[in-house]
Ligand binder design. Structure first.
Ligand SMILES: [Fe+2]
Length: 387
């Protein structure tokens, strides 16, 4: 077996007040001319201003690009790149959810190399970019630690995946206090995205001893704290645990890959614009049920650390309890099915073959313990619709 290869940011600062260390982080990295990249909501609600106050007091100018959009496009990336090129910046500070972080990552590559985003989509590998300091405001995507960015081509609507060491942020400031005001739906969806990252990383064919321990720790924590974070949004203990688990889940899947859930999730985002975390959550119980028989030991271990099964349960029993527990969790968190979310039945069924082809093309299903054919994926989409 090949040695495990682990990629991480150079600095990880985790805990209350981590985002307030931005000035120190910049100086530690020898950076002095940042551009803040964020979205209109975070700019207006005072988050950006609070982040920048210590810099202003120290005389460090930090202009703001606040036009990030959900599912960033080549157009929105071009607007940010244009602002970056209008000044003399040496790094980007990304504040927000996965969309703002992906925007900054994409701009960092184009700023250094020029060219079009498509030139950097897989199978190309991004080796270098301007430094990005990532400050996530959701406990979910893990984008602050991954070496990937997804940008939608404005013309074709294709979601382009860019990968490589050049996309790993140089620093991640992981501050749970930024998540205290997150609404319930976003808390649930991003938390379930993290759960998928950890679960998929643990059962992945690319799992290794390093990612295993981190994935199991994240799974245990998410199982214990996600409901509380949703029901009691000001619960600092639950928010802190979820934020740490989200970064751990990110580290796990960034270095072990995701599997069939994320593979089948991407077409739901591309075709029906289902938010990323929610589309994973819709698929989580059924895809797990279909997969458990091919790695019962691995799934059983997940069930045990999540408190869903006992040590005395056989692996098969424990794996079954995991599936039941995931159904219960998504029901408790009111995850809608595709019909309840508003997808038209004819639209869903007319696109099944396209969805299956796109899922397979992502490569992620090949890491699943049970590797599907296109017909298996179509059957799973049918099951998810009927669930
Ligand atoms: Fe994800």
């Amino acid at each position: 077996m090949a040695p495990a290869s682990i990629h991480l940011p150079r600095i990880l600062r985790i805990g209350a007040g981590a985002s307030a260390t931005l000035l120190d982080t910049l100086s530690e990295l020898g950076l002095a001319r940042p551009l803040l990249v964020t979205d209109p909501f975070l700019a207006e609600c005072g988050f950006a201003e609070r982040l920048l106050q210590p810099l202003m007091r120290a005389g460090v100018a930090c202009p703001v690009f606040a036009e990030c959009v959900p599912d960033p496009t080549t157009d929105s990336v071009a607007a940010c790149l244009s602002q970056l090129r209008s000044g003399d910046f040496d790094c980007l500070v990304a504040l927000g959810g996965g969309s703002s972080l992906d925007t900054a990552k994409a701009v960092s590559v184009l700023a250094l190399h020029g060219g079009a985003m498509r030139d950097f989509a897989v199978p190309a590998t991004v080796t270098t970019g301007l430094p990005v300091i990532a400050i996530p405001t959701t406990a979910g995507t893990g984008a602050e630690v991954t070496r990937a960015a997804v940008i939608t081509d404005t013309l074709t609507q294709e979601k382009m995946l860019c990968m490589g060491l050049g996309l790993v942020p140089v620093a991640a400031l992981v501050d749970f206090e930024l998540t205290l005001s997150m609404p319930r739906r976003l808390t649930a969806d991003t938390g379930l995205d993290s759960l998928c990252h950890a679960l998929e990383a643990y059962v992945s064919r690319k799992a290794n001893a390093f990612t295993d321990s981190i994935a199991l720790t994240a799974l245990a924590s998410i199982s214990q704290h996600l409901r509380t974070a949703c029901d009691d949004p000001d619960n600092r203990g639950a928010r802190e645990a979820m934020m740490l688990a989200a970064t751990q889940g990110g580290i796990a899947f960034a270095n072990a890959s995701v599997t069939l859930i994320h593979g089948m999730s991407r077409p739901l985002g591309a075709l029906f614009h289902v938010p990323h975390g929610l589309s994973n959550a819709m698929l989580l119980p059924e895809v797990t049920a279909w997969s458990v028989g091919h790695a019962p030991q691995r799934y059983a271990e997940c069930a045990r650390v999540m408190g869903l099964a006992q040590a005395r349960d056989s692996d098969t029993q424990a794996a079954d309890r995991l599936v039941a527990g995931l159904h219960q969790l998504t029901a408790d968190l009111e995850v809608p099915g595709p019909r309840a979310w508003g997808i038209a039945e004819e639209h869903w069924f007319a696109n099944l073959d396209t969805m299956a082809a796109q899922a397979l093309a992502s490569g992620s299903p090949g890491n699943n313990p049970r590797v599907p054919e296109a017909t298996d994926i179509v059957a799973l989409y049918r099951r998810v619709w009927a669930a």
